[in-house]
Design a protein. Sequence first.
Length: 121
Amino acid sequence: MEKIQREHNRVIPASSLKVYENSTFIGYLIDISENGIMILSSSPIPQGKNYNFTVEVAKHGLHPERVDTSCDFPFVFSAECRWTRKDDADKDCYLSGFAVTEISREQRLSVEALIRHGHLE
């Protein structure tokens, strides 16, 4: 299996951020970079499929001294599942990696600001 090298810095949320497709709960955001996310879920997510995600981010959970709270929340974007595997720490859960395929310019700038200035809490 070919290992894909991560090209961008990632942010690991200090608290659980819920990820939805439409209104269906998919799992929890584990980390986020400019071009991708990792989700922890209770069931495997099919690889190669595109998803339209919403990530709920509460402004009160951000470090205001490090993050511009005028950022555009929640994050809404499309992503393709690139891989899924059982979580080593919890064998009842799965980790899935996604490449962002579509995101608005404003939302991309918000993600970049969060990555530059601090983590989500």
